[in-house]
Design a protein around this ligand. Structure first.
Ligand SMILES: NC(=O)c1ccc[n+]([C@@H]2O[C@H](COP(=O)([O-])OP(=O)(O)OC[C@H]3O[C@@H](n4cnc5c(N)ncnc54)[C@H](O)[C@@H]3O)[C@@H](O)[C@H]2O)c1
Ligand SMILES: [Zn+2]
Length: 421
């Protein structure tokens, strides 16, 4: 085998800081656009931020309409509704998303199907969909996150639930990446505490999973056409991940318990952006692979801070529930990275052995009100086989793990995650 010797890095243009969202009209005017569709969800719309951004865009002489019917954690059906709305009211010259990962991912799908032929299913990752690549360029797209979590404003992915198959999957292509990310921490102050906790665990797992991922140079050499946005752990991804963990160490508990602390909100927004830049190029592995069936097969769990019209295990919560046990299992692949992560997250202790990072994670999760394992969101021992089957379908993510992942390994991680402390 010829080993890989190349890694890649991609990121959108970025504007960061309090007040950054007051300049979007000017930013869009630089693209020479006339008709702009702003995409958001009902609860974010209720904060008033989307209307303010829309007004500001209109003040630059552009026509702007607001679509506020984004589904929290988008489904194929909800994306199709948004696409039908955009295509029925278009043509649009540009898109703006104001919201969490749900709004930003919805806008990615809308932009794709507004500019390219075919159906949503054509573009969804194989084997669920046909993994077709877009043939046409997409429209300018400004992503404005209101949560501190997903990093979707800098990534090439749109995550969705395919309802008929009860599976979460995605669309992934470099053209989906927003043109401009506008990260304004002032918009994140109104995040409910439960949302701050789940989204912050998403940041943490993005950083930890990309930091402990299989290294880019351990894969066989790719041809240029075979290159994917996720190339495995690499020096640039490592740098963003380490810095994200340092920020989380001081800001995370404070942002959950004192949501009006502007400094902590700013640090969380930076951490989310940094981790997005890291994992958006390196990739994520076991906790994210497990999160898909944990969220997809939910029965009746309803988290506080989220819409209560249907049961859900929010993305960041679903990811975090198996993280301590996943990192206990990956420890042997790179002990020094696991210990370094533990000391970045909780700097006041000395660390040794495979329990160190799981203990730091469990302490944090308990402090910020994350449920105590997958048992606490409704799963029992008899569900493990079903969940393993769902995880094993996420081969794209499992290929980024630092050890070969067999079904019995996933079963062990899930069983040990029924209760964490
Ligand atoms: N594309 C990517 O790179 C990527 C990465 C990770 C996760 N995701 C996806 O993103 C989605 C989750 O996104 P999320 O965690 O950012 O949350 P979200 O967009 O689902 O929002 C969570 C809840 O918080 C509310 N909310 C958001 N911002 C608020 C604010 N400032 N004030 C008050 N309420 C606010 C929303 O209305 C919603 O009820 C999932 O579908 C997940 O799979 C995508
Ligand atoms: Zn995530």
């Amino acid at each position: 085998m010829t080993a890989e010797s190349v890694f890649t890095y991609g990121a959108p243009a970025l504007k960061f800081g309090s007040g950054a969202s007051d300049e979007i009209g000017y930013d869009l005017s630089q693209y020479g656009v006339r008709r702009v569709l702003l995409i958001t969800d009902a609860d974010v719309a209720a904060t008033g931020h989307p209307a303010r951004v829309a007004e500001q865009i209109a003040s630059y002489g552009m026509e702007v309409q607001v679509f506020d019917d984004v589904h929290i954690e988008p489904t194929d059906a909800s994306l199709e509704t948004a696409i039908a709305y955009a295509n029925g009211t278009g043509p649009w010259d540009a898109f703006v998303a104001v919201g969490g990962g749900s709004a930003i991912d919805t806008a990615k799908a809308v932009n794709l199907l507004h500019t390219n032929p075919g159906e949503l299913m054509d573009y969804i990752n194989a084997p669920v969909g046909k993994a077709r690549a877009p043939q046409n360029p997409l429209k300018p797209f400004v992503a404005v996150p209101t949560t501190t979590g997903t990093g979707s404003e800098s990534t090439t992915i749109c995550v969705l639930d395919v309802l008929a198959q009860k599976v979460k999957t995605g669309i992934s292509h470099p053209r989906l990446r927003p043109t401009l990310a506008v990260v304004d921490p002032a918009l994140t102050l109104s995040q409910p505490s439960g949302v701050t906790a789940a989204c912050g665990m998403d940041i943490l797992c993005h950083a930890l999973e990309s930091y402990t991922a299989r290294s880019y140079d351990s894969y066989p050499r790719k041809t240029p056409e075979q290159r994917v946005p996720y190339c495995g752990a690499n020096p640039i991804g490592d740098m963003w991940s380490e810095k994200a963990m340092t920020l989380l160490a001081t800001a995370f508990r404070q942002a959950v318990h004192h949501g009006d602390d502007v400094g902590a909100r700013e640090q969380m927004a930076l951490a989310a952006t940094f981790a997005g830049m890291g994992f958006g190029n390196a990739g994520v592995h076991i906790p994210h692979a497990n999160a898909y069936p944990i969220a997809g097969r939910v029965r009746d769990f309803r988290p506080t801070g989220y819409p209560d019209d249907e049961p859900m295990v929010p993305h960041g919560m679903a990811v975090s529930l198996t993280a301590p046990e996943a990192f206990r299992w990956t420890f042997e692949a790179s002990p020094e990275r696991h210990l370094r992560a533990a000391s970045l997250l909780a700097p006041d202790h000395a660390y040794d052995g495979p329990d160190a990072l799981p203990n730091v994670l469990a302490d944090l999760m308990r402090d910020i009100g994350i449920p105590n394992g997958i048992g606490a969101v409704g799963y029992g021992e008899s569900d493990v086989d079903d969940l393993v089957e769902g995880t094993m379908k996420q081969q794209r993510l499992l290929a980024t793990a630092p050890r070969e992942v067999r079904p019995e390994d996933v079963a062990q991680i899930l069983t040990r995650s029924l209760e964490l402390w």
